[in-house]
Ligand binder design. Structure first.
Ligand SMILES: C[S@@+](CC[C@H](N)C(=O)[O-])C[C@H]1O[C@@H](n2cnc3c(N)ncnc32)[C@H](O)[C@@H]1O
Length: 228
């Protein structure tokens, strides 16, 4: 697997984790009837599959990871925050960038099994010194974060992208990058989020990058007061 990450411990951990993540296809196969049933009843696909996702990696793609790593390096991101860490694949890209920039990575995970695995994977990659993963609901664990925040990846459950952005926005520095994954997978669920970051009144400029599952890329233009 080609990657912009040169560090052999990080690269080896990524290889191993992406290989393990191939097992997700069986999870999604098992969840397919429930997802279909949820859609037929007018609900969201995510509501149907959620009970099946406790052991699923559902990671960003390697090309998304490389792009996030390079962007974090480009803007010299020192404080990098992630909503939804899972087993730590995206965390490895982001913590590697934070380390190279002389900064730190703060992730979040509510599933305890995934949390311990993420911490172990980060340690195996040699990144434990610059990375922490907070346990529990990120809406609570991210209530207290250091400012300024330079870089955010939103990749937890989709109903919380907008509340999470509202929570973090006052701490974003001008020029901070906010990435939100899955805008192609969940267009309905993420419509309000996308509308928010595209409305200049909220202090962002934003576009969708056709990377992986659709990556909304928003840049914080200036500090503004977010409307309730
Ligand atoms: C799509 S996966 C994240 C994948 C990860 N970013 C990667 O690329 O390897 C979403 C994760 O977010 C976690 N999550 C969802 N809602 C959360 C919340 N409110 N607080 C913390 N973690 C949450 C889920 O348990 C799940 O493991």
């Amino acid at each position: 697997m080609h990657s912009v990450i040169a560090d052999p411990r990080v690269a080896a951990a990524l290889e191993r984790l992406y290989a393990a993540a191939k097992g997700d296809r069986w999870v999604f196969l098992r969840a397919a009837p429930a997802a279909l049933w949820s859609l037929l009843r007018g609900g969201s696909m995510l509501d149907g599959v959620l009970p099946y996702l406790q052991d699923a990696y559902i990671p960003i793609t390697p090309e998304q990871g490389d792009f996030l790593y390079l962007t974090a390096r480009l803007i010299d991101a020192r404080t990098i925050v992630e909503f939804g860490t899972s087993f730590g694949i995206s965390a490895l890209y982001l913590a590697a960038a934070a380390r190279a920039n002389g900064g730190r990575f703060i992730g979040s995970e509510r599933e305890s099994g995934k949390l311990s695995a993420a911490r172990a994977n980060i340690a195996a990659a040699g990144l434990a010194g610059v990375a922490e993963v907070r346990e529990g609901d990120a809406m609570a664990t991210f209530a207290e974060l250091p400012a300024p925040i330079d870089f955010v990846l939103l990749d937890g459950w989709k109903d919380l992208y907008l509340p999470m952005l509202r929570l973090l926005a006052p701490k974003l520095r001008a020029g901070a990058a906010v990435f939100a994954d899955n805008v192609f997978t969940f267009p309905k669920e993420l419509a309000a989020y996308v509308a928010f970051v595209r409305d200049p009144v909220n202090g962002f400029a934003s576009m969708t990058l056709p990377l992986g599952h659709g990556l909304e890329y928003s840049v914080r233009l200036a500090p503004v007061t977010i409307r309730a």
